[in-house]
Design a protein around this ligand. Structure first.
Ligand SMILES: Cc1cc2nc3c(=O)[nH]c(=O)nc-3n(C[C@H](O)[C@H](O)[C@H](O)COP(=O)(O)OP(=O)(O)OC[C@H]3O[C@@H](n4cnc5c(N)ncnc54)[C@H](O)[C@@H]3O)c2cc1C
Length: 386
């Protein structure tokens, strides 16, 4: 093992790398360095998120990650500093398909077992949450008042600032271009400024985690996929405290962002890419789905210059890859959150600090999330994705 340089090197200064560094430092590990290739932290996917936080998942481990994380986000200023701007306006899931409804009712039971207060709503209840919603074909809805959205940049910078105060080094403009190994151990990384030795390497490169894994000679099944967010000008057709609302069968979602509306819908046939240009041809499909469910959208004006695209970091089962790699024991993955990395960043930080400092994550069982699941053993699969 290297005796020079940082003992723990984290590749990627997004919300996940920042949270892990902060949690390591809170546990007393100050020999921690984040290497970020951009000129400042939190400018990757973290800066391009829809910022949603929810408990309404189908996989037990995701519910647990959310419970822990959303409690932390609610107390972020006291516990970490900075601000999370958590707004618990709820998530409202509207369902029009009997088979999907049956699955959602099963998920609500699972969520209740963990104490998540998800409510089952009658279509006629929906009007009081999102006025004007078309409900003639809606079978029912689920609503959890503890869900909502936050400020991902505020959270990431809260972790960065606290980590720095505790002695963590953050080196921006520093791309990792190679990973050095001696047999089954990582010994360091190469950067344009030279080699940096390390005892532990953590891959938090978000959508680029597969590429960083390749540098280490590993196959990490995380691929980037473009996702688009469409914004409107200020619009008073929906109340300020309206929930983050999902038309589950079409996949269309909408929430308030400031005085405007934020909308999205995943294009299912788009191949993996690193494209960051907004998909304008897709907008027509998004608006058709949105207006069909929430007709008031038709009166809002698109704010073209406020729309953006970002990259989801997607795994085959839409679950993150967490933990030490069995073939390279001083290499740790924390990536592949598949669109849930903002909401799960507090738990990821806690658990990866445990994995590194205690030998194994223990507050929440992450065995379903280890990379070994892709080698035959079946793990949980998250079906509740957008
Ligand atoms: C449109 C959209 C909507 C989303 N909505 C939600 C949502 O509602 N809720 C939610 O929880 N999540 C959401 N997400 C997902 C969320 O944004 C991500 O899961 C999260 O930001 C991942 O954080 P990260 O730190 O892993 O990745 P990133 O923020 O991308 O950070 C990775 C960093 O690694 C750096 N890097 C890469 N390669 C190298 C290298 N070789 N050397 C050095 N540095 C490197 C990059 O520059 C980058 O800064 C959304 C994402 C998008 C795009």
């Amino acid at each position: 093992m290297s005796t020079t340089g940082a003992s723990i090197v984290i590749v990627g200064g997004g919300i996940i790398g920042a949270s892990i560094a902060c949690h390591l430092a809170l546990r007393g590990a100050t020999d921690v360095t984040i290497l970020e290739r951009a000129v400042s932290p939190a400018t990757g996917s973290t800066a391009r998120s829809a910022a949603g936080v929810r408990h309404q998942f189908a996989a037990e481990v995701n519910i647990r990650l959310s419970q822990y994380s959303i409690e932390r986000l609610a107390r972020f200023t006291e516990e970490i500093g900075g601000h999370s701007e958590l707004r618990q306006v709820g998530y409202l899931m509207l369902i029009t398909d009997p088979a999907v409804w049956a699955k959602y009712l099963g998920q609500v039971e699972l969520q209740h077992r963990f104490g998540v207060p998800t409510e089952v709503l009658d279509p006629l209840d929906i009007e009081r949450f999102v006025p004007g919603t078309r409900v003639d074909d809606v079978i029912g809805a689920t609503y959890c008042r503890l869900d909502g959205y936050c400020d991902p940049h505020g959270v990431a910078m809260g972790y960065v600032t606290r980590a720095r105060d505790l002695g963590v080094t953050i080196r921006c403009d520093t791309a990792v271009t190679a990973v050095h190994r001696a047999g089954d151990l990582v010994t360091g990384v190469e950067t344009p400024g030279g080699r940096i030795g390390c005892d532990v390497l953590v891959n938090t490169a978000g959508p680029w985690a597969g590429a960083v894994g390749t540098l280490a000679g590993l196959e990490i099944p995380v691929l980037p996929y473009r996702r688009n967010i469409y914004m409107t000008e200020a619009f008073d057709g929906f109340p300020d405290g309206m929930p983050f609302a999902f038309d589950v069968v079409s996949g269309f979602y909408i929430r308030k962002e400031g005085r405007g509306l934020l909308m999205g819908l995943t294009r299912p046939d788009e191949p993996s890419s690193e494209r960051l240009d907004v998909d304008w041809p897709w907008l027509e499909t998004v608006l058709a789905a949105g207006i069909s469910r929430f007709p008031r959208i038709e009166d809002a004006r698109l704010a073209e210059r406020q729309c953006w695209a970002g990259l989801y970091e997607v795994t085959p089962d839409h679950m993150p890859v967490l933990g030490r790699h069995p073939d390279l024991p001083n290499y740790v993955d924390a990536s592949g959150f598949s669109g849930h990395g903002v909401m799960h960043s507090p738990a990821a930080g806690l658990l990866m600090a445990e994995e590194i400092l205690d030998g194994r994550a223990h507050t929440i069982d992450i065995d379903d999330l280890r990379i070994t699941r892709f080698a035959g053993r079946s793990g949980a699969v998250e079906t509740n994705i957008f």
